[in-house]
Write a protein that binds this ligand. Structure first.
Ligand SMILES: Nc1nc(=O)c2c([nH]1)NC[C@@H]1CN(c3ccc(C(=O)N[C@@H](CCC(=O)O)C(=O)O)cc3)CN21
Ligand SMILES: CC(C)C(=O)C(=O)O
Ligand SMILES: [Mg+2]
Length: 263
């Protein structure tokens, strides 16, 4: 899909499927799938690098992983996360950072929140950089939220969420991620906006869904949020293959004739 398809899908009431991806070999598999778009999320700090929040991700890391994903998925629409604080600096610095992600192969960048960086979003959009918004649970603010908590639980908070969504639409965002909010809040924001919403833990009435790839493939053996569905039991499949390899090595069954050069 390309950026124009986001609007088309919403008008046609066709759901948009997004997964995260951080590396080359995984990207080659997604490239061959029906998935609509890829998010190089700053969740890679947690999922790939083992940190307990997304804050350690910086622009260097995001650009490196974005380049790897682009090489593996040459035709997919790729969105790259602007890491913690990178969009809260001088406009020159923000342009430099966003430019690095675009040059690494992103088609768009994603920025958490809106208050205080309205003009930054507008300037990026005017500079030819498509911007995706991100509201609800914005993990870069987990210290302010007191953890990865469900957001928009009161009517007042839902009204603020709708207002922020409209603001992002006016500033020129082409789509917005809604994370970890009640179903009704996800539905109401999606109905109030013309641009498509992509939900993660935002119920079934957003215009699309995004999941962390390792969560939906069952490779996350730690804590997984309630909104995750494991479409395969990846960790156990890989564990079985590893144990089979181990046993074949130890029994001498591997390598066989066809896996050796003879002579
Ligand atoms: N592997 C992974 N998957 C993700 O979806 C993800 C990350 N990492 N890292 C960045 C953020 C953090 N995310 C999270 C993490 C935890 C919850 C969580 O524990 N949610 C509670 C809600 C508790 C409440 O306030 O009621 C839950 O029970 O699901 C939600 C989103 C989503 N993102
Ligand atoms: C969870 C998604 C929306 C994200 O921002 C990430 O993976 O970093
Ligand atoms: Mg993120």
């Amino acid at each position: 899909m390309n950026i124009k398809d986001f609007d088309k899908y919403k008008k046609a009431e066709k759901s948009i499927s997004v997964v995260t991806c951080y590396d080359y070999w995984t990207a080659t598999i997604i490239e061959q799938s029906d998935i609509d778009a890829i998010l190089v999320g700053d969740s890679l700090a947690m999922v790939v690098h083992g940190f307990n929040s997304t804050l350690p991700a910086d622009i260097e890391l995001m650009a490196l992983h974005t380049a790897a994903v682009r090489k593996g998925a040459p035709t997919k629409f790729i969105i790259a996360d602007m890491p913690f604080l990178s969009h809260r600096k001088s406009i020159n610095s923000v342009l430099e950072s966003a430019g690095r992600l675009m040059k690494a192969g992103a088609n768009a960048i994603k920025i958490e929140g809106v208050t205080g960086h309205e003009m930054t979003i507008k300037y990026l959009v005017e500079s030819g950089i498509p911007v995706m918004g991100h509201l609800g649970l914005t993990p870069q603010s987990f210290n302010s939220f007191g953890g990865f908590k469900l957001q928009s639980k009161t009517e007042e908070a839902v009204l603020k969420l709708i207002e922020d969504g409209k603001k992002l639409e006016e500033l020129g965002c082409f789509s917005i991620v809604l994370e970890c909010i009640p179903d009704s809040a996800g539905r109401r924001v999606s109905q109030a906006l013309n641009i498509p919403t992509i939900g993660i833990g935002a119920g079934g009435n957003t215009d699309g869904q995004v999941l962390v790839l390792q969560d939906m493939l069952g490779f996350n053996t730690g804590y997984t949020p309630k909104f995750v569905r494991k479409f395969i039991d990846g960790a156990n499949l890989v564990k079985s293959a590893l144990n089979e390899y181990d046993s074949c090595v130890k029994s001498g069954e591997f390598p066989g004739e066809g896996e050796s050069y003879g002579g």
